[in-house]
Design a protein around this ligand. Sequence first.
Ligand SMILES: Cc1cc2nc3c(=O)[nH]c(=O)nc-3n(C[C@H](O)[C@H](O)[C@H](O)COP(=O)(O)OP(=O)(O)OC[C@H]3O[C@@H](n4cnc5c(N)ncnc54)[C@H](O)[C@@H]3O)c2cc1C
Ligand code: HEM
Length: 399
Amino acid sequence: MLSEQSAATVRATLPVVGGAIGEITERFYARLFAARPELLRDLFNRGNQAAGTQRQALAGSIAAFATYLVDHPEERPDAMLGRIAHKHASLGVTAEQYALVHEHLFAAIVEVLGEAVTPEVAAAWDEVYWLMANALVSIEKRLYEERGGNEWREWEVVGRVEETSDVATFRLRPADGRPAPDFRAGQYVSVQAELPDGARQIRQYSLSAAPGSPVRQISVKRVVGDAAPDGEVSNHLHARVRVGDRLSLSAPSGDLVLGDTDAAAPLLLASAGIGVTPIVAMLGHLVDTGHEGPVLVVHGDRSPTEHALRADHEAYARKLADASVHFFYEAGADDAEASHRTGLVDLADVAVPRGTRAYLCGPLPFMRAVRAQLIGKGVAPADIHYEVFGPDLWLAQAG
Ligand SMILES: Cc1cc2nc3c(=O)[nH]c(=O)nc-3n(C[C@H](O)[C@H](O)[C@H](O)COP(=O)(O)OP(=O)(O)OC[C@H]3O[C@@H](n4cnc5c(N)ncnc54)[C@H](O)[C@@H]3O)c2cc1C
Ligand code: HEM
């Protein structure tokens, strides 16, 4: 909890710090990577750094946390902290690294705001930082304990399937022969790829099949940059990784998982594009556990041939006792298929039962549109859960 004295100072300086936070985090990263270049090479996503997206996510989360503290002094923004902690835990972030981030972040604050950073202002923001850092460290500690450490493990590629022209599935088995750790449908792993220049870049990939098999799978879309450079890791995996090769994986992380009480609730599982991966794993899990309640299955894609994991998506929906399927394609919808529609995902004609719990994964414009429609249909905002396949620019609103 923020002390009363610091709360007043933070409230008074939020506009100044909030207004400069983009510049502060830019200076922060420049300082951090000048002091510790290996962090940019082997821990942070250098594509996100180049594109500036991670900067916005970090800045947004600190401003959101400070705002939350002054508005709700007795509470904690658990959804936001959980999401960040899961991401950190999938990357192997350590408690000791928070002091390093603190050192460079506060030097950047002084560099940008100059004399406005009086000792009182510095002390108040120091308190905010450590409240957030300690909350994250304690969640990350619990996550590491649950999975028996934060070690990377080698996995052997035992199968590769070309799902569509730009999505490939990699089936993986622990290379050391020990059992694969448990996970929950919807979770992701971090994959550490050794690139030609020696960098070990890390990216997250959702596990795209339900738990319960000794073989894990991820399904990776090749990111084509158009004007920007092509995605580094996705193209590396597509071009270089074959059956018999090894990949280094973190333990499963992520909090977009079906809740324990969802068995009794109507569910909506909505995806678009490669966002299908965690959703198909969840559907597979519902089939495996004999789920009987109503499930709305919604997906948007450019066309049926570009709909990755479509066969599994359809087969699982068919096996469920009470599923209704709505696939929206921009082109190529099959008029003979009752579940096919032409156009972008639109729930206007879809009946959404009272008390529905929704799980969304796909590009932000898709999730914004679906979320707005669901709220319009009476779904409680707290029952709408989502996963973003990149730095979460929604965090600032997610509280
Ligand atoms: C929780 C989670 C789950 C995910 N699950 C999946 C999944 O199941 N399947 C899947 O395919 N993906 C998934 N992703 C996305 C995945 O982690 C990667 O982000 C994706 O594969 C792209 O990585 P990359 O290395 O190929 O691209 P990067 O090299 O990281 O590039 C990312 C973007 O930045 C742009 N960029 C790079 N350099 C610059 C520059 N200099 N200037 C401007 N722009 C630049 C690129 O053009 C590209 O659009 C998931 C992400 C998260 C966070
Ligand atoms: C209070 C301190 C911190 C805050 C508020 C914070 C906040 C964030 C946020 C908001 C994200 C994006 C989460 C998402 O994907 O949605 C993130 C990702 C990340 N954080 Fe932190 N973080 C902190 C400390 C640290 C530390 C100590 C490290 C280790 C040096 C670290 C390393 C990373 C990395 C590597 C990523 C992923 C970056 C990427 O994909 O480019 N963070 N953090």
